[in-house]
Design a binder for this molecule. Structure first.
Ligand code: TXA
Ligand code: MG
Length: 321
């Protein structure tokens, strides 16, 4: 861990802080989040400022029941409502966010960045569920400075923010990658941010593989504002290689079960046969580069394209931009 310290608080203290309109960092099964009550405008403003987040990038509302979702979204068409119930039954609590039309009277404009839609997620970690049950719906962007790799342990949050707000330490995040964000375009669900729920998971539930989409059919504006911004990048400059040059002898981010040119300083994401472990390690390995003062690294980008690897490829591409 870096040398920055933060105050660690209990679950009860977090509930009290959130209820009184303060910002708190919470663990989830994906990454740590920077939480505020959905109804605490000042705290939500503070989150944008602390992260350096553009005000046109909306936040996900974290809920603990489907009733909360139905009270915060606009009345849904029957087929969409049935899909939401089906997706929730199969994937919630879990690393999936759903974008739906907002109930504009109930969801503050600041949380949804003035959009007509709003994203919902029911996180899986029990302590976080308990906090939401007690404190009500929470907005929770990833607890990292805008543009940096997300935080998968409490020390990462402290590294970015020091003592700005207290943290509930839930240990390591089990998934290590953010939730997958789904959007319903003309009755068909598409993925607007890849995440720790791979697209193949939806095939049996929806009956089709959702497409990965960046724009709405025949329209210009992006579906997921967050995808416009710089993301997941360490200070170190990353270069992706399908084939590591034979004479390369610098820092190399790679995999346990691969052989690399002699003289490389290899840092491992894990074993290629275990994409879940690679996901869990990704942001820690990227953050460690900066902690160790490494200015550039090669990345072994000879990766499969299916399942979680699709998300891992997307994160590494963005991290290297
Ligand atoms: O796993 C996660 O989703 C984590 C944990 C803490 O729950 N949260 C997270 O939040 O990743 P954040 O704010 O870092 O990323 C949310 C993404 C952004 O890219 C944002 O643009 C998009 O979701 N988003 C939020 N509301 C949206 C909406 N109404 N329409 C389209 N995209 C939306
Ligand atoms: Mg984020």
């Amino acid at each position: 861990m870096g040398d920055r310290q933060a105050e660690m608080i209990s679950i009860d203290e977090a509930i009290a802080a959130l209820k009184s309109g303060r910002v708190v960092a919470l663990p989830t099964e994906t990454v740590y989040g920077l939480a505020a009550s959905l109804f605490a405008d000042e705290a939500i403003k503070q989150i944008f400022t602390l992260k350096g987040r553009p005000s046109n990038n909306p936040l996900i509302i974290h809920i603990s029941s489907l009733d909360q979702l139905f009270s915060l979204c606009a009345p849904l068409q029957k087929a969409i409502k049935e899909d939401v119930e089906l997706l929730a039954k199969n994937f919630w609590p879990g690393p999936l966010s759903l974008v739906l039309p907002a109930n504009a009277d109930k969801v503050p404009t600041i949380a949804r960045a003035n959009l007509k839609t709003v994203a919902f997620r029911m996180p899986k970690l029990e302590i976080t569920q308990k906090i939401i049950e007690e404190a009500g719906p929470l907005v929770m962007p990833s607890a990292n400075l805008s543009g940096k790799p997300s935080a998968t342990e409490a020390s990462h949050v402290a590294e970015d923010f020091g003592k700005e707000f207290p943290i509930v330490d839930g240990g390591l995040c089990q998934k290590g990658l953010e939730s997958t964000v789904l959007y319903c375009d003309d009755g068909k669900w598409c993925i607007i941010r890849e995440g720790s729920m791979p697209k193949e998971a939806f095939l049996t539930v929806l009956g089709y593989l959702p497409e990965i989409a960046s724009k709405k059919k025949n329209q210009q504006e992006p579906l997921c504002p967050g995808q416009l911004f710089k993301h997941y990048s360490p200070k170190a400059k990353l270069t992706l290689y399908e084939h590591i040059p034979d004479d390369y002898n610098g820092c190399l981010l790679g995999f346990e079960n691969r052989h690399y040119p002699k003289g490389c300083n290899v840092r491992s994401f894990g074993n290629l046969s275990q994409p879940e472990t690679i996901a869990e390690n990704l942001y820690r390995v990227l953050r460690q580069l900066d902690q160790d003062g490494i200015v550039s690294a090669a990345v072994d980008f000879d990766l499969p394209t299916d399942g979680l690897f699709s998300t891992l490829r997307e994160r590494l591409m963005r991290a290297s931009q």
